[in-house]
Design a protein around this ligand. Structure first.
Ligand SMILES: [Zn+2]
Length: 271
């Protein structure tokens, strides 16, 4: 059994009655509990990638910084799971919902996840538009909530850029500033681990990947697959709601297949 690193975005309670803008991002606590129990039964040990063994380690990560991630704490304690939250600071600092949720909510069909300017798009929204989606299902963590998580032994924070602008095309040159602003915000929390970095949208050019490998000990992608103990690039398995992509354990197994890697490579190459 190889080492696995899993990526989640949002969690919901079974009783949650919010209608999510991007429902495929949400995994329920029960679904997560089942998955973690199954992995534990298969002999996986929950660790951070920097502390993993030769095999059978499983790491749990979250990207972005949705407030609903707080719900994971009970499971983290139940299974003794140290987990990393890769947080994009603009949203917590300004208390604005994530731009991809807002754009979908306001039906901006022309907005491109990869190619548009996140900062300019956020500025172009009215205050009222920015107040939409500040419910518990969509809003980012507040600074107070991050401080509360900061006091928990299982919790670790790591950089994911400031506005979540993907390092793509002309925006590659903004990466230093994006990381600098992000780290400046994250430094107020003791759980920060500055050695890890997760790419916004999981993409980057090979040049940027190489450059950031020199800056961080480990960089995290969403390319699927497994990792070896001393790897500096951690290819994560991104999980989606079972309603859209089938049982979580099947999703993991599918992403271990070479065909998944080819498909993902083709998608990224087309961007
Ligand atoms: Zn992200």
């Amino acid at each position: 059994m190889k080492n696995l690193c899993l990526l989640f975005h949002c969690i919901k309670k079974e009783t949650s009655d919010y209608s999510q803008v991007n429902p495929s991002l949400y995994i329920s606590l029960d679904e997560m509990d089942d998955l973690l129990g199954q992995l534990k039964n298969r002999g996986y040990e929950f660790t951070l990638p920097g502390k993993s063994k030769e095999h059978s380690s499983c790491s749990i990560t979250f990207d972005d910084g949705y407030s609903n991630n707080i719900l994971f704490l009970d499971l983290a304690k139940k299974y003794k799971i140290p987990f990393i939250l890769f947080l994009s600071s603009y949203y917590s600092e300004n208390q604005v919902p994530y731009i991809w949720d807002l754009m979908k909510f306001h039906k901006h069909n022309t907005w491109s996840f990869y190619k548009d300017d996140y900062y300019e798009s956020l500025k172009s929204l009215s205050t009222n538009q920015k107040m939409d989606l500040m419910d518990d299902s969509h809003r980012p963590l507040t600074i107070d909530e991050i401080h509360a998580l900061d006091a928990e032994d299982e919790f670790y924070l790591a950089p994911h850029t400031h506005t979540h602008q993907p390092f793509y095309g002309n925006f590659e040159e903004r990466s230093d500033e994006e990381i600098h602003k992000n780290l400046k915000f994250l430094k107020q929390f003791k759980s920060l681990i500055e050695t890890e970095f997760s790419f916004p949208c999981g993409i980057s050019s090979s040049k940027k990947r190489k450059e950031l490998k020199n800056k961080f000990e480990r960089i995290y992608t969403v390319d699927g697959g497994t990792y070896n103990k001393d790897d500096r690039v951690i290819n994560r398995i991104s999980l989606t709601s079972p309603k859209y992509a089938g049982p979580l354990l099947d999703q993991i197994e599918n992403q271990l297949k070479w065909i998944y890697k080819v498909k993902r490579w083709v998608t990224v190459a087309r961007l």
